[in-house]
Design a protein. Structure first.
Length: 566
């Protein structure tokens, strides 16, 4: 493509409404256009990158037997009601719309239900399974805070694949095949060495844990914990053990200390003259079955609600409101604790309190805190301590007792075990070899295709602009024409030779200054740059420079074609 034919232009100005570097660079280089927060259009250069990533993903999904489809964006309400995912209280990021006759529809955010519904016409026997089915299409999620450029959008391109299996063993085999295929995708994209499989929460997709693929990056929203032996956890589910265990002391006399008007942990610690490790944090929850839960953790930690939910084996838990807190404890908010807990209440105590003595807790009495509290004397000793705390840097891995490392990361893919949740709810079964009806086990597998553009733009860039990996770059060669008639003739000839040889070339044939052309080449970030000038024309050579290296060299046409593999 010749740049005189390209309608987009580069910009020297950083977009004022963008703080994410990926969006800044992609807009400046003319790859994308921002429609609104979290919604971007792909311009010719950006679309070429997007399609290159799609091709890599498609090839790897096809290689393991994936069959590609294109499902609809508009979704019927009744289909999602069968799996209890229509309600905004369950899935809070729906976009919804209405037909002229008033019928309410959903705008596709994921496709488990529609895929199962479509396959119900084709799956009957064990001979029809297993199946991988996938699509690459736009998804729509009503994100409360669209941010970080292409990393968190309201409209984005996603590859979502679904597996259907006859048994748990078959499902596990399919699941692991996808994990291996994902690793190949990231290797081909150039981020295989910084992308890791990470244990994560299943969210509203499944009650089981899932696996994420996280690319380590300083701009990542997620915190990944690395345990010894190459085991990785998303911070939302990371197991943890306190680095410095509590030391038991001689019990001191129990006291209730007035603390009216003392607000916040720091103020309370100063008021009581105790370290934070001697203080506890107590919160009340209700489960989906209406059960009241008192959860306690050492005050230098937060309660991890995902861990708590799994300990309780509950589908959902809700933090008690101020009104509920006062009704349940008899005290205003801020005075809940382990002392005087109402009878019939389940108490879950985090293992950060193991061995803790002479500690502080709320008195469940407005205006008072209890100090020098000890298990077995002042409050019942827990039958079991649980890990319900939010892991933090410096914590130990409970399995190895070794410190865990932490990394910022961006999620670039995920795989979920769905069990029979969706197939059972939608009545899709198969008949086995003995004529018996059996449930179908599902998995789902996502890759954020457009998000990957943002990740690559962040990871492969420098102070001059983008530095695209070969496999995804919009063109392989950036040909820059400088100088007079002979130089133009040489550039046109090389452009013809390269395009005939099948090398994708962006040819800068504009009437512009040399500095502008070379700066634009750096900003756009195509892997190979070839400059044709009066000097090269006179010597019948070409100035070649790789985008990621500082030095240029003079090559003959034969040498240049050999370097480019042609």
């Amino acid at each position: 493509m010749k740049m005189t034919e390209l309608f987009t232009r580069t910009s020297k100005t950083v977009p004022g409404d963008e703080t994410a570097r990926n969006a800044q660079l992609l807009i400046q280089a003319g790859f994308i256009h921002k429609e609104m927060a979290g919604v971007y259009a792909y311009l010719p250069l950006g679309l070429r990158v997007l399609e290159n990533i799609k091709s890599i993903v498609r090839e790897e999904m096809n290689a393991i037997g994936g069959q590609e489809v294109m499902m609809t964006t508009l979704q019927p309400r009744d289909l999602w009601e069968k799996t209890n995912r229509w309600d905004d209280a369950v899935v809070d990021n729906w976009f919804k719309t209405h037909l002229k006759n008033g019928t309410e529809l959903g705008v596709g955010l994921t496709h488990e239900e529609p895929i199962v519904d479509a396959l119900s016409a084709y799956i009957n026997s064990y001979k029809d399974l297993p199946i991988y089915i996938y699509q690459i299409q736009n998804k729509f999620r009503n994100e409360l805070r669209a941010k970080s450029g292409l990393l968190r959008g309201r409209e984005f391109v996603m590859k979502d694949m679904y597996s259907l299996a006859r048994s748990q063993e078959e499902h596990s085999s399919l699941y692991e095949q996808v994990a291996v295929a994902y690793k190949r995708v990231y290797e081909r994209l150039g981020i295989g060495d910084v992308t890791y499989r990470v244990l994560a929460d299943g969210g509203y997709f499944t009650e089981r844990y899932s696996d994420e693929f996280q690319t380590f990056s300083d701009i990542g929203e997620d915190l990944v914990f690395e345990a010894e032996g190459g085991v990785y956890y998303n911070g939302e589910v990371a197991p943890s053990k306190v680095a410095k265990p509590n030391v038991e002391e001689v019990p001191q006399p129990y006291q209730e200390v007035p603390g009216e008007g003392v607000v916040g942990v720091e103020a309370l610690l100063q008021h009581l003259h105790i370290p934070i490790e001697k203080s506890t944090k107590t919160l009340l929850y209700t489960t989906d079955s209406g059960k009241t839960i008192v959860a306690a953790v050492r005050s230098d930690y937060d309660i991890n609600e995902i861990k708590l939910r799994k300990v309780l084996n509950s589908k959902s838990i809700t933090l008690a409101s101020e009104t509920e807190m006062e009704r349940l404890t008899g005290a205003k908010v801020g005075y809940a604790g382990l002392v005087n807990v109402p009878s019939g209440t389940t108490v879950i105590v985090d293992d950060s309190l193991v061995g803790l003595s002479n500690f502080e807790t709320g008195s469940n009495k407005t205006g008072y805190h209890s100090v020098n509290v000890n298990f077995g004397r002042d409050v019942p000793s827990p039958e079991k301590f649980y890990d319900i705390k939010q892991a933090k840097s410096g914590d130990l891995d409970p399995t190895t007792n070794k410190p865990m490392q932490t990394h910022r990361a961006v999620e670039v893919g995920n795989i979920f075990p769905l069990e029979t949740k969706y197939t059972d709810a939608l009545g899709l079964y198969y008949t086995d070899e003995h004529g018996q009806q059996q449930s179908i086990i599902m998995g789902c597998y996502g890759i954020g295709v457009s998000r990957l553009i943002g990740v690559l733009a962040e990871h492969f860039s420098d102070e001059k602009g983008l530095v695209w990996p070969e496999n995804v770059a919009p063109f392989r060669v950036h040909l820059v024409g400088l100088g007079g008639e002979e130089a133009v003739k040489q550039a046109e000839e090389l452009y013809s030779v390269l395009t005939t040889a099948g090398v994708p070339v962006l040819y800068d044939n504009r009437d512009a200054r040399a500095g502008e052309k070379l700066a634009d080449a750096d900003l756009i970030g195509i892997p190979h740059r070839v400059v044709v000038s009066d000097k090269t024309a006179a010597s019948n050579t070409y100035e070649y420079k790789a985008r990621q290296t500082p030095d240029a060299k003079q090559l003959s046409q034969t040498e240049l074609l050999h370097l480019l593999g042609k």
